[in-house]
Design a protein around this ligand. Structure first.
Ligand SMILES: [Zn+2]
Length: 72
């Protein structure tokens, strides 16, 4: 039996940290981060980037853009 290889899932997403300046309805991107899932290939549930402590639910190849509101 060959030992099972532990390969990272590697799903990717782009995380935009959004700012909403007071008095406007416009959202401004403050920061852009590239996320990468660190769980093993074929894992169940959401993808997790442990460095950024972010989770997302999407197909492995979807590479979605996630929005997060910046905290004041
Ligand atoms: Zn994943």
């Amino acid at each position: 039996m060959k030992e099972k290889q532990l390969t990272a899932c590697g799903a990717r997403a782009t995380l935009l940290i959004m700012l909403s300046p007071a008095g406007t309805s416009t959202n401004v991107a403050k920061q852009r981060l590239l996320l990468s899932c660190h769980l093993p290939t074929g894992h169940p549930g959401e993808h997790v980037d442990t460095d950024q402590a972010e989770q997302w639910d999407a197909p492995v190849t979807a590479n979605p853009t996630l929005l997060r509101q910046a905290e004041d």
